[in-house]
Design a protein around this ligand. Structure first.
Ligand code: SF4
Length: 232
């Protein structure tokens, strides 16, 4: 188990202004708010290098003794391979500040939200680069509950939280509906895969500003047995 606290994250004004989140915003406003956000951002993460012991149907038994239930993990991963569950956060201070000051200016609150998202993305990027260096390649990210949640259900958060104990290690708690508090937190399982998997491909949600790939329809696992019986 590894805890990184703090994650060294540098908020870069020029980089943020180039992102779609900053479209139409005045650089001087963003610069002022970014300075305000900096002391409120406390990025940290916890992760663990595990191995897959065996896979039965949609159940993936890990070397920690925990079992993750997921169609996509059982289809794309293999026994013996390393997997890395992780949870990262920027802490509660920024979102508490936004909540307390939301009545003041909606625009200001919105910009600070976006700066928080940007900080979380950078924190995750940092942790991911460390994990990928040790995995020896670019990793696919499997997030519980992403897309429709059919391929890796949000209730599997409970297993990740049992493995990593983020509540004790980095102050991230799970609500009874499996949402993380602080809100600006991310959980995922990283693994090197033969094929790329992006949850957006199987997510029909319309008008999602975070979509990374076009919707390609429902996910169907193509197993060897399926091909054999089809070719008979
Ligand atoms: S399209 Fe949007 S909601 Fe669906 S998986 Fe991608 S980012 Fe998530």
């Amino acid at each position: 188990m590894k805890v990184i606290d703090p994650i060294p994250v540098q908020l870069n004004l020029e980089e943020f202004m180039r992102s779609s989140a900053a479209r139409g915003l005045r650089e001087t406003d963003v610069a002022r708010l970014m300075d305000k956000c900096r002391p409120l951002i406390e990025p940290k993460a916890v992760y663990a290098f595990l191995k897959i012991v065996e896979i039965n149907d949609d159940k993936v038994l890990l070397s920690s003794g925990h079992t993750l239930k997921s169609i996509i993990l059982s289809d794309m991963l293999k026994p013996g391979q390393p997997v890395v569950p992780f949870v990262a956060t920027i802490g509660p201070k920024l979102e508490n500040h936004i909540l307390e000051n939301a009545k003041g200016s909606m625009l200001q609150a919105w910009i600070m939200e976006k700066i928080g998202d940007y900080a979380l993305e950078k924190a995750v990027g940092y942790v991911r680069s460390l994990i990928e260096r040790d995995l020896g390649g670019s990793a696919t990210s499997f997030g519980p509950g992403t897309g429709t949640g059919k391929l890796f259900g949000i209730e599997q958060q409970e297993i990740l939280f049992r493995i990593l104990e983020p509540s004790k290690n980095i102050g991230v708690h799970l609500t009874p509906s499996y949402l993380m508090v602080p809100r600006k937190s991310v959980s995922s399982v990283l693994a090197v895969t033969e094929k790329e998997y992006v949850a957006c491909q199987y997510c029909p949600r319309e008008r999602c500003e975070n979509r990374r790939k076009p919707f390609s329809g429902e996910y169907f696992a193509v197993k060897c047995e399926t091909l054999v019986s089809y070719n008979k």
